[in-house]
Design a binder for this molecule. Structure first.
Ligand code: SF4
Length: 515
């Protein structure tokens, strides 16, 4: 029974999202499912917890993630007691990990659902309401490929598109294989159909999402378990197929794994004009010994070799990465190797993380954990290096022209500085001075050219104005959404990690595309 049949006033929902883009994209689907079941999003101005249904989409990667979740659930208890009919649901990786322990520790939780069965949320909420009993449903294996579920996308002009879920690697610091399961690839035809549908709706940028996009299609059964793609070139072919989609301006992907990175992907990137000159490839460590301990089967020279070939094919490609400092047993020599690889790779930016133990991962029980103060000191040295490299890279753009696709929510000071922000083709953040006359200003989604006047470590400024403004279908889609009556507010997305805007084309994540 739909909730809308019970009352003329639709029930409201809030989603609190933690973790990586996978979770952010899953939350878009949870929102789509709830709206399909008749719920409406609680308004922007509503306080946390001021909704009929509050959903926590959790992450198991960060240290103390469970304590933080139980703290938040505890805070919500008085709200729930004062609001008859309110329901609380917990999904995501922590739910997959802790299962029924959640309702034991927080018996006021109504629904616990796993990473494989987000499609069940509306039914579970309804069942919990009717039976007045908590519902726990954790599937061991994927039930539907998530992209087949309804989605309420946050941006009208840019979208994430899942190409695979799960991971067949066994990196010793990563909880993903345990919680998201083995890799399941989505059929190329389904992916391309989804992208074409999105483009028809005004989307002009897609980010292909998978824990290890380079493994896409290389010998895994698909969801039905009946077909093996067995095609090592499947990802390159997918990129080229994206290049044939009329109206698709920009294609990005995250994350590739150096182990599986093949040259046909570099060729496809270089030869497909709408695939952006940008590569986010997790390094994690520059020490071969640590990489071995991490069970990441590439070595530093292979990593650097890929970067060299990418730069040969696309001299202006921006290369970004994830690095973990203080993995168990990391010596000063190992750390020096990481600094050296960073220098040689000339990263445009790096998401840097201090290693912290994650229960359930092999690394959590390794001896030789590096003392906190040593990790901190190394982390600060690494930050200095990556910030300097990022600034050096940005300075090379001073005086040069870039194409910017404008976005909403990318520049916090934009209204004070009369700028609008967006991304260059290589994903650098650019704050652009724009005309004050509304008729001459770009809308989020529109594209223009501009000359960089100033480089900062983490952004570029362009204060000389814009040329070649293109009013795009993405801008039209943004404008059309503004004109719609405001029936919902934005979901609370607390990444708890460095974020690069919505939708974030780079993974603010350690552990590939996962938090
Ligand atoms: S770090 Fe990435 S490649 Fe390694 S197990 Fe986790 S998701 Fe897979």
């Amino acid at each position: 029974m739909s909730t809308t049949t019970q009352s003329s006033v639709a029930r409201t929902y809030q989603i609190r999202t933690h973790g990586c883009q996978m979770n952010v994209h899953d939350s878009e689907r949870l929102a789509g499912l709830l709206e399909g079941a008749g719920y409406v999003r609680a308004g922007d101005g509503e306080a946390d917890g001021a909704a009929d249904v509050v959903v926590f989409n959790t992450c198991a990667v960060r240290e103390n993630a469970d304590n933080k979740l139980y703290g938040s659930l505890g805070h919500l208890l008085p709200t729930k007691q004062a609001r008859p009919g309110m329901q609380i649901a917990v999904g995501g990786c922590l739910a997959q990990k802790d299962t029924s322990a959640i309702v034991e520790r927080a018996p006021w939780v109504d629904v616990v659902f796993g990473t494989h069965n987000i499609g069940s949320l509306p039914v579970l909420l309804e069942r919990a309401r009717i039976e007045q009993e908590a519902q726990v449903e954790i599937a061991e294996a994927l039930q539907h490929f998530p992209s087949t579920l309804p989605t309420r996308r946050e941006s009208p002009y840019a979208a994430w598109v899942s190409i695979s879920v799960g991971c067949n690697n066994t990196c010793t610091f990563c909880i993903v294989p345990a919680l998201r399961g083995r890799e399941v690839d989505r059929r190329p035809g389904d992916i391309l159909r989804e992208i074409e549908t999105l483009v028809a709706q005004g989307v002009q940028e897609v980010t292909l999402l998978g824990q290890n996009v380079n493994a896409y299609g290389t010998g895994f059964t698909d969801f039905e378990g009946t077909e093996r793609f067995g095609d090592r070139q499947a990802f390159a072919k997918l990129l080229r197929a994206c290049g044939r989609i009329e109206g698709l301006e920009r294609v990005r992907f995250t994350s590739p794994h150096p182990k599986d990175f093949t040259d046909d992907v570099i060729e496809a990137m270089a030869e497909t004009p709408n695939v952006m000159p940008q590569l986010h490839m997790p390094l994690q460590s520059g020490s071969d010994r640590v990489l071995r301990e991490m069970r990441r089967s590439y070595r530093a020279e292979r990593y650097l070799g890929i970067i060299d070939r990418v730069r040969q094919a696309m001299p202006e490609a921006a290369i970004t990465t994830d690095i973990i400092v203080g993995f168990p047993g990391e010596t000063e020599e190992d750390f020096a190797a990481t600094l050296e690889v960073a220098e040689r790779a000339r990263f445009a930016s790096a998401f840097t993380f201090q290693y912290s133990t994650r229960p359930g991962t092999p690394a959590a029980t390794m001896g030789d954990q590096v003392p906190k103060e040593v990790v901190q000191e190394r982390y600060e040295r690494l930050l200095e290096v990556v910030n300097r490299l990022a600034w050096d890279g940005n300075r090379e753009w001073e005086g040069r022209e870039v194409e910017v696709m404008f976005a909403s929510g990318e520049g916090r000071k934009d209204s004070a500085t009369h700028r609008m922000s967006g991304r260059a083709r290589d994903n650098r953040l650019v704050h652009v001075a724009v005309p004050s006359d509304e008729a001459l200003r770009p809308r989020p989604g529109d594209i223009a050219r501009t000359v960089i006047t100033h480089a900062a470590p983490h952004h570029l400024n362009a204060d000389g104005g814009i040329t070649d403004l293109r009013r795009t279908r993405g801008g039209d889609a943004w404008q059309a959404r503004q004109a719609q009556p405001e029936k919902t507010g934005a979901p609370a997305v607390g990444l708890g990690m460095p974020s690069v805007g919505v939708p974030a084309p780079l993974p603010p994540a350690e552990g590939c595309a996962v938090g």
